[in-house]
Design a binder for this molecule. Structure first.
Ligand code: PLP
Length: 473
């Protein structure tokens, strides 16, 4: 594809995406076809001769799009949002067009320097503690996901807990990780990858009302482990748990970590974006205790997957834990100590220019535009929760500090599961579920940039009509 062919095909692709976004609302949110439908419609062998991009676009329309769950649809309320936006897509396109590798400062200097500045901009935007800024001992880096951030934090924590022996000796003692019973599954995965075994994570009891980790239970678990010679290495606290957006009490957890010298990682994968709004920063109280912190702009901050923003308070510890220096990467800039080599801050060596999409997003929306997006999600969730509260047939299952509402019909689990299936079967909305205190619970997470009051109202109307049909067949 020469540059002129690219220009023509590229315009057609951008038009295709703009049309897709403009017509999203007319599509069913999720497909109803059985497994294997998309695969069966694709040729079993690759094409022998070149095909035009137009032919690929035609098959996108005919085969792929009907098989998609449309995460940007205004009626998509499942999981947590995974926003994208025009500026994010354009930034990613430029990144793909440049095709540079940012593993070392020397491998493409602007790739590293723009990332450092974007992470400092984001730290200002969220009003993160000074210790995370690159101007002090800390700094930020873009990881692919919050899962990778937890893994990297766990490795740095093992480095610290072992007094630096972990690099050479590996897992030489019983190291332990701690998180609430509502901590994300990626914590267990990180701990297993790090070699601590499937019982390496201590699940800590949560308060039955707030669903937040109980500090007294954390202290008891740490002391019990210490008493039998085990080494507490890391505590992962969550701001905005996946099931219900519960907020672990950082001031108390942080004080315990400080007392025992344990690494505190704070996972705010979804809810971290809320801190762009000063009125929601109470959720981050106590963050000054954290050794590392992450949130996903790819969830609720209008930046397409993948983009996890990860900060450490002491970049020296992280780099010491992860650095490996083969001859072929040696260069004068690295040896001068004056540059950042982000390869030492992550698991892979190679890294793409993700800072570009953040730069495009931050400049397009500005601080006020990003705040408006978060405020809209919070207000729409509150609007829906008010409807739930006002209808005796339903109940809220948890607090809704951000843009997620957890609720259920006052009925048994099977009835609630059937309600969700029928609701999603309309093709107008898509919700997911969880269990709260063992009971089946529906989750409505607002976050698509296209979602407006009328979409939330439609979800409520569909919900009440479906509930009527279910309760009075
Ligand atoms: N942590 C929390 C609290 C989450 O809610 C999620 C995903 O929803 C994750 C971690 C994993 O995020 P990622 O897909 O970026 O690894």
């Amino acid at each position: 594809m020469d540059p002129d062919e690219f220009r023509r095909a590229g315009h057609a692709v951008i038009d295709w995406i703009a049309d897709y976004w403009a017509t999203l609302e007319q599509r069913p949110v999720a497909p109803a076809d059985p497994p294997g439908t998309v695969a069966a419609a694709l040729p079993a062998t690759p094409p022998t001769a070149s095909e035009p991009v137009d032919a690929v676009l035609a098959d996108l329309d005919a085969i792929v799009v009907p098989g998609l769950t449309h995460w940007q649809h205004p009626g998509f309320f499942g999981y947590f949002p995974a926003n994208t936006s025009g500026p994010s897509l354009l930034g990613d396109l430029v990144s793909s067009g440049l095709g540079v590798q940012g593993m070392l400062w020397a491998s493409s200097p602007a790739c590293t320097e723009l990332e450092t500045v974007m992470m400092d901009w984001l730290a200002q935007l969220l009003d993160l503690p000074q210790r995370f800024r690159s101007t002090g001992s800390g700094g930020g880096v873009i990881q692919d996901s919050a899962s990778s951030a937890t893994l990297v934090a766990t490795l740095a924590a093992l480095h610290r807990a072992s007094g630096g022996r972990w690099r050479d000796a590996g897992i030489d003692r019983r190291y332990r990780a701690y998180t609430s019973v509502h901590g994300h599954s990626s914590i267990e995965k990180a701990v297993r990858i790090a070699g601590l075994g499937s019982d390496g994570v201590r699940p800590i009891e949560a308060d039955p009302e707030t669903l937040a980790l109980r500090p007294a239970a954390l202290r008891a678990a740490i002391e019990a482990d210490l008493a039998v010679g085990e080494i507490p290495a890391i505590v992962v606290a969550t701001i905005g748990t996946t099931s219900t957006t519960a907020i672990d009490p950082l001031p108390e957890i942080g004080a315990i970590c400080a007392e025992y010298g344990i690494w505190l990682h704070v996972d705010a994968a979804y809810a971290g974006a809320a801190a762009v709004c000063p009125e929601l920063r109470w959720s981050h109280t106590g963050l000054e205790y954290a050794d590392s912190y992450c949130f996903d702009p790819h969830k609720w901050l209008l930046t397409g997957f993948d983009c996890d923003a990860f900060w450490v308070a002491d970049r020296g510890e992280l780099v010491e834990a992860l650095t490996v220096l083969p001859e072929f990467l040696r260069n004068a800039a690295s040896e001068s100590g004056a540059v950042i080599d982000y390869r030492d801050w992550q698991v892979p060596l190679g890294r793409r220019f993700r800072a570009l999409k953040l730069w495009f997003v931050l400049r397009w929306y500005g601080v006020e535009g990003l705040r408006a997006h978060i405020r809209s999600g919070v207000a729409l969730a509150a609007r829906f929760a008010d409807r739930v509260r006002a209808d005796d047939r339903f109940e809220l299952a948890a607090a809704h500090p951000f843009s997620l509402v957890c609720f259920r019909l006052r009925a048994d689990d099977d009835t609630n599961a059937e309600l969700l299936a029928r609701l999603n079967g309309t093709g107008r909305v898509h919700l997911t579920h969880t269990r709260v205190a063992g009971r089946y619970t529906l989750r409505l997470a607002v976050g698509s940039p296209q979602t407006a009051e009328r979409h939330v109202d439609e979800a409520w109307t569909l919900l009440t009509t479906t509930a009527d049909e279910l309760l009075h067949p």
